[in-house]
Every structure is written in structure tokens, then in C-alpha cells.
Design a protein around this ligand. Structure first.
Ligand SMILES: Nc1ncnc2c1ncn2[C@@H]1O[C@H](COP(=O)(O)OP(=O)(O)OP(=O)(O)O)[C@@H](O)[C@H]1O
Ligand SMILES: [Mg+2]
Length: 287
């Protein structure tokens, strides 16, 4: 089956400045893909092009088999969007906006069930301009899901959510992926979230996607099996990456005694691998 989202050699500029230098990306049916990258890398720009909200310079883009630039309302009804920021309808209540939005869809979800899953029930009667940042984010997700989308685009959806709301949010995204086979593309700067939610990750650096694959494939590239060992010696904190932590710790114990001061041992996580990847791309581009 062809990918639900297909991007080939996508280029775009703001004025004279080219931001995307040839982005390639595929997202398959039912897959959740995390688009990662530094501030200003072009993640929101890419998402907006895929959502049909922004034109592009050149390249091929297909979302649900259509070019978003020339797509119609029927296509728009098949995608759900959580933007990084937007301002609108601030005097409406949450419920009136959700009900209004559901009118535009053929098979809207059950609003009560959705509100409950997103922990939004208590705020349904509240005016949108009176919502806190995290409450607003839950409403944004509810709006994106109201029409049973086939594709969900979410740009930094969990910024400002408290841990409980964040967990509820992750559960809802996993639920729609499992129940409805929704294909999801989302951005985040929270590597634990990317790790938890995504089937695959893509990294946008220097205007291109410089890695696409699973977390396992990614950590295989960047220090597979490397363990970070920290300790304190001579009044200073030390850190070493090793594939043989036992040998390193034995050496430390021989030198510093059985109770090594400040000893901390942990496997490299997605954030460590991400930082190593971004750093290596920076070095490659300035070499
Ligand atoms: N409307 C605009 N006009 C001019 N430049 C813009 C515009 N929107 C974004 N840019 C620039 O394009 C680049 C990419 O921005 P974009 O918002 O896509 O990045 P991002 O990866 O989403 O970053 P962040 O992680 O901070 O959200 C940035 O350098 C930004 O300053
Ligand atoms: Mg952004």
C-alpha cells in the first residue's frame, strides 16, 4: 500500500532564505511518526505544507493520495490538525465550538466520550478565552479528533500539559491509532514523549531529513549499547561512555574504594542519541 503521507525533494523558502533543502518523508497507514529537530529546523513549515495551509517552492507532496495545495473540503475533512499556536473563536464555549465543528463531518465522534478521554468534561461550558494553556491544548486535540480523521497532524501538542493530562493525551493518541488505524505525524521536543508514542522517528536538520527509522535503529547508529557512567573524583564530576560498564566500575572501585562517590550508571536514551546526531550533523555541515 502506498504511504498515507509521501514527500519527495520538498523545498521551500521564506523570501530569499531556503528553509527546506529537499525533504523526503513517508508515513505509512496506521503509523505514528515523530518529527524531531532543533528550533527553527522547519518542522512547523513542513507540517503546514502537508496540512495544505502553506504553499511550497518545489517537490512532490501527497497526503491521502492528494496534493494538499490543490485539495478540497472533502480531503480537509479527512485530516485532523493541532497547530503549534492559533487564536480564534475566543468567546465561544468549548462545547459550542466542538459541536459546531462536528457539524462539518459525516461521522463525528461521540463528544461526551471524547471529552471524557481527554479529561475535558469539566471545561465544556467554559469560554475558550478563559481556558488555561493545558486545558486549551486538550480542546485542540478534541477539535482535531472530532471528525474521525484518517490522518492526525500535531505540532508540539503537549507543551504546557501537566503530567496527568499528558498521560491522558498519550493514551488518546494510542487509542485512536489502535482503534481507528489513524496515521499520526507529530512534532515534539520531549524525547521521552517521542520514545513513548512513536513507531518511527524522523529528524529534520539543516533543511533535510537526516534520519528516519525506529528508535532501535537510531540508537544502533549512535552508540548502541553505550552506557553513561558518572562519578565524582578529585572534587569534580566525571562522565564516560562505555560498552563495558562493569570493567569501568571495577577500575573505579580499585581506585576510589567500594563506595564510588556520586556513581550513576544509565543506558544512553533517545535524548542522548538525538543530541549526538544533531551535533554530528552540525560538525558535518561546518567541515
Ligand atoms: N512566516 C515566516 N516568515 C519568515 N520566516 C519564517 C516564517 N515562519 C518561519 N520562518 C523561519 O523559518 C525557519 C523554520 O521555522 P519553523 O517554524 O518551521 O521551525 P520549527 O522547526 O517548527 O521550530 P520550533 O521547534 O521552534 O517550533 C525559522 O528559521 C523561522 O525563523
Ligand atoms: Mg515549530
Amino acid at each position: 500500500m502506498s504511504p498515507r503521507i509521501e514527500v519527495r525533494d520538498l523545498r521551500t523558502s521564506y523570501g530569499q532564505r531556503e528553509i527546506l533543502h529537499g525533504v523526503d518523508l513517508d508515513v505509512r497507514q496506521g503509523e505514528t511518526l515523530a518529527l524531531l529537530g532543533p528550533n527553527g529546523a522547519g518542522k512547523s513549515t513542513t507540517m503546514e505544507i502537508l496540512e495544505g495551509l502553506r504553499g511550497r517552492g518545489s517537490g512532490t507532496v501527497r497526503v491521502l493520495g492528494r496534493d494538499p495545495e490543490s485539495a478540497d473540503d472533502a480531503w480537509r475533512g479527512r485530516i485532523g490538525v493541532v497547530l503549534q499556536t492559533w487564536r480564534d473563536q475566543r468567546d465561544w464555549t468549548v462545547e459550542s465550538l466542538l459541536r459546531h465543528t462536528s457539524l462539518y463531518h459525516e461521522k463525528p465522534v461521540d463528544l461526551e466520550e471524547l471529552a471524557e478521554r481527554i479529561v475535558l468534561t469539566d471545561f465544556l461550558g467554559q469560554k475558550i478565552r478563559h481556558l488555561s494553556g493545558g486545558q486549551r491544548r486538550r480542546m485542540d486535540l478534541a477539535l482535531a479528533l472530532v471528525g474521525r480523521p484518517e490522518i492526525l497532524f500535531m505540532d508540539e501538542p503537549t507543551v504546557g500539559l501537566d503530567p496527568e493530562a499528558r498521560r491522558a493525551f498519550h493514551d488518546v493518541v494510542s487509542w485512536v491509532a489502535a482503534e481507528e488505524g489513524v496515521t499520526t505525524l507529530f512534532t515534539t521536543h520531549d524525547m521521552a514523549e517521542a520514545d513513548r508514542l512513536s513507531d518511527r522517528i524522523a529528524i529534520l536538520t539543516g533543511g533535510r531529513v537526516t534520519f528516519t527509522g525506529t528508535r532501535e535503529e537510531f540508537s544502533g547508529l549512535h552508540g548502541a549499547g553505550d552506557t553513561s557512567v558518572r562519578w565524582t573524583e578529585g572534587g569534580r564530576s566525571h562522565r564516560e561512555l562505555t560498552s563495558d560498564p562493569s570493567a569501568l566500575i571495577t577500575g573505579l572501585r580499585n581506585r576510589l574504594g567500594s563506595n564510588v562517590p556520586g556513581l550513576e550508571v544509565r543506558r544512553q536514551n533517545l535524548e542522548d542519541c538525538y543530541l549526538a546526531h544533531v551535533q554530528s550533523r552540525k560538525e558535518a555541515s561546518t567541515a
